[in-house]
Design a protein around this ligand. Structure first.
Ligand code: SAM
Ligand code: SF4
Length: 330
């Protein structure tokens, strides 16, 4: 469907849990996290009811995220059910990859179309410092297992943070030298735990400059502009790289005018913009007994009102959301 600003909304990102097996310093506090109770999160059947309504409204791509989606019990069957939902043609997942090696075969069997792997360093000690846990070796093993699967598109996502993971960025980019994958750098959003701690992202122009110093000049992929399925990333390819490097700078270059997505939080709130509280409490509707037609109609009205743009760079705005990234899913 089209919203009030004539944007085609065709993509839903679903957070299936606010729990995580890592504690990335910029995302989640190391201790004292208050998680949702099991009764507060949507059941898989409730999520599927929402997905069926979304599909009737024109959503055809689903991203499963978290917290860490692979820690939720039953996730493989849930992905299989998403894939079987009429109107849904693409189901992808965003994961920290720690459980991916043991689950890769089942995910592929369930029909997963793509995996975005979040990885901020290639150094095991750094990995432990950033995430609070070990696990890098298994993440890298899973990456290569998935790369061998022709039906699954793999991307690596890395968030460059000033004074935090600068040294390791270049090595993460190097994953695309010998592998036909996209390594994307994503600007740190001034939200949630990162923001509360005063963390700031490295501007993408600076990341690009550092990469060119290390790997030589880039050539843009196509026209270098965000396009089609690529989402908001701009892609380049250093000479003698098999894969490509992508940059997503949501703050510097607003892509709100072509935004095609909505988000569903683990506790059942349909979020219309990463930066705004605005949305629809679908859990309340479902648990009050709303039928499929009512769910669809309320979603249609809510999505139509999707805000025009984010206001991350304004100091305050009335609609700002206070949810943290692990509660929304990125
Ligand atoms: N646990 C999964 C993972 O790490 O891929 C999925 C959820 S995690 C919240 C999704 C993505 O959000 C990760 O790639 C993480 O690096 C990113 N992220 C967390 N906080 C962020 C922030 N303030 N700005 C931008 N990205 C952030
Ligand atoms: Fe967990 Fe992902 Fe947040 Fe890291 S970024 S703490 S893996 S939810």
């Amino acid at each position: 469907m089209r919203d009030q600003f004539d944007r085609e909304i065709e993509y839903m990102r679903i957070s299936v849990t606010d729990r995580c097996n890592l504690r990335c310093q910029y995302c989640m506090p190391a201790t004292g996290v208050k998680h949702l109770l099991h009764s507060e999160i949507l059941s898989y059947e409730e999520i599927l009811q929402i997905v069926r309504a979304a599909a009737r409204l024109g959503v055809h791509k689903i991203r499963v995220t978290g917290g860490e989606p692979l820690v939720r019990r039953g996730i493989i069957d849930f992905i299989r059910q998403l894939k079987a939902t009429e109107g849904i043609d693409k189901v992808v997942i965003t994961t920290n990859g720690v459980l991916l090696d043991e689950m890769a075969a089942d995910l592929l069997d369930a029909g997963i179309d793509g995996v975005n792997l979040s990885l901020d360093t290639l150094d095991a000690a750094e990995f432990h410092r950033i995430t609070g846990k070990d696990g890098l070796e298994s993440v890298l093993k899973a990456l290569d297992t998935l790369l061998a699967a022709p039906t699954c598109k793999v991307k690596v996502n890395c968030v460059p943070i000033r004074g935090f993971n600068e040294d390791g960025l270049m090595d993460v980019a190097g994953l695309a030298r010998d592998r036909a994958i996209s390594v994307r750098f994503i600007e740190l959003m001034p939200v949630g735990f990162a923001f509360e701690q005063g963390m700031r992202g490295i501007p993408m122009t600076r990341v690009e400059q550092l990469l060119q110093e290390r790997y030589g000049p880039f050539r843009a992929e196509g026209d270098g502009l965000p396009k089609g399925d690529a989402g908001p990333a701009r892609y380049v390819r250093p000479m003698n790289f098999q894969g490509e490097l992508g940059f997503i700078d949501a703050l510097g270059h607003k892509f709100c005018a072509s935004c095609n997505r909505v988000r569903l939080t683990a506790d059942g709130f349909l979020k219309l913009c990463l930066n705004a509280r605005t949305g629809l409490d679908l859990k309340a509707l479902l648990r009050q007994g709303a039928d499929a037609a009512e769910i669809e109609e309320k979603m249609r009205t809510a999505i139509y009102r999707k805000p025009r743009e984010h206001y991350f760079l304004e100091k305050t705005h009335d609609e700002a959301d206070t949810r943290r990234m692990y509660q929304v899913g990125g």
